[in-house]
Write a protein that binds this ligand. Structure first.
Ligand SMILES: Cc1ncc(COP(=O)(O)O)c(C=O)c1O
Length: 370
């Protein structure tokens, strides 16, 4: 018995797991104004809430059936059902893509800074992750990115708009990347598509090595239900479908998804709120002397400098959460603020003004360092 226990204690995971970076987003104590995770800050469509109230107790006892909802979602987005897979958020989509296509020794290509889950899922499959660092402009390093493609490149992930920078990559540049790497899969992560408007979804099927990821966590306000999608060439999607659990998306998410996508008026309203709020935040930060970067997403990155942590603490004291991005490569001193609905933006700006004053921040601490 003791020997078995001793051996169990010594049990080790795969080497790739030991080497994997850990991702622990600060989820505790978020009972405040959530300007930290780029979620919808308000609510999903009212029709989603109505559907939730109609769910029966029995509905919860049944294994979820993904296919009928996949058909509805595929039709809505103008692709064939075989070209679409619903996933447990884009997080799972990234994981599935990495598990389906990467062997140890393969290379995968991303730019940095970018969404951290790419590191986690790719690191599980191969040590060949190549990161191409953006310069101080935080724009996408296209030339160096293209130059980093090799015959071993099997997976390329590009978020447009990118997180945490808000930078975009044009459709034509994305197609150029896909063309430059026919031996690789290009996954375009369009988690923040709605706040930008440009998409490569229309190229699905024509560009054989393209897969587009979309989430329902952001503009649609369904982050808690964990649902996203992958759209791409039917053959590629069929391999990913093989790897996914048939029950990866829960039945509550599946039940409300048709209502969420059908309510385009609500989506347009929310996106308008974010567009207006984003301009207000840019103006306020400019007046305060805070350096920012252009953003096509529902967040703005700001250069606070050495007092980045103090600012987050001062904001939290005022009931507003920000996300400190200082640990991201090339982002020392940078803090991200999510753009929400009008009232939330007003409260965020007021708290920012007070907090910067409280910590004795001066523009020289941010912009001056660059
Ligand atoms: C670029 C990007 N992709 C994917 C995700 C995760 O989306 P989901 O909630 O669908 O897992 C995020 C979340 O912040 C993100 O920033």
């Amino acid at each position: 018995m003791n020997t078995i226990l001793e051996e169990t204690k010594l049990l080790q995971p795969r080497k790739a797991v030991l080497a994997m970076p850990e991702y622990h987003p600060p989820l505790a104590g978020r009972d405040a104004l959530r300007l930290d995770f780029n979620e919808n800050t308000f609510s999903p469509s009212p029709s989603v809430l109505r559907k939730l109230q109609q769910l029966t107790a029995e509905a919860l006892t049944i294994y979820p059936e993904r296919e009928p909802i996949e058909r509805i979602v595929a039709q809505h987005f103008g692709v064939e059902s075989e070209q679409l897979l619903l996933t447990n958020g884009v997080d799972e989509a990234i994981h599935l893509v990495a598990c389906t296509f990467l062997e140890e020794g393969d290379e995968a290509l991303i730019c940095t800074p970018t969404f951290f889950m790419y590191d986690v899922s790719i690191g599980l499959m191969t040590a060949g992750l190549i990161r191409v660092q953006s310069d101080d402009s935080l724009s996408f390093p296209l030339e160096r990115f293209l130059a980093a493609i090799t015959s071993k490149t099997r997976l390329i992930i590009v978020a447009s708009p990118n997180n945490p920078t808000g930078a975009t990559v044009s459709r034509s540049d994305l197609l150029a990347i896909a063309e430059a790497a026919p031996q690789a899969l290009l996954m375009v992560d369009e988690a923040y598509f709605h706040f930008h408007g440009e998409t490569t979804l229309g190229d699905v099927g024509t560009v054989p090595n393209l897969i587009v990821a979309r989430t329902f966590s952001k503009a649609y306000g369904l982050a808690n239900l964990r649902v996203g999608m992958l759209a791409g060439d039917a053959r590629l999607i069929s391999f990913i479908r093989k790897v996914s659990s048939p029950y990866n998306v829960n039945g509550v998410a599946l039940a409300v998804l048709p209502d969420a996508i059908a309510d385009e008026a609500y989506l347009t309203w929310y996106v308008d709120q974010v567009h207006t709020g984003r301009e207000r935040i840019f103006h306020a930060l400019k007046d305060l002397g805070v350096r920012t970067w252009p953003s096509a997403a529902n967040f703005v990155l700001m250069d606070i400098g050495p007092k980045h942590r103090e600012l987050c603490v001062a904001m939290r004291k005022r009931g507003v959460l920000l996300r400190d991005r200082s640990a991201d490569p090339g982002c020392e001193g940078y803090v991200r603020i999510t753009v929400g609905i009008e009232d939330h933006v007003t409260r965020g700006i007021a708290a920012l003004k007070e907090s910067l004053l409280e910590i004795g921040w001066t523009p020289a601490e941010g912009r001056g360092r660059a």
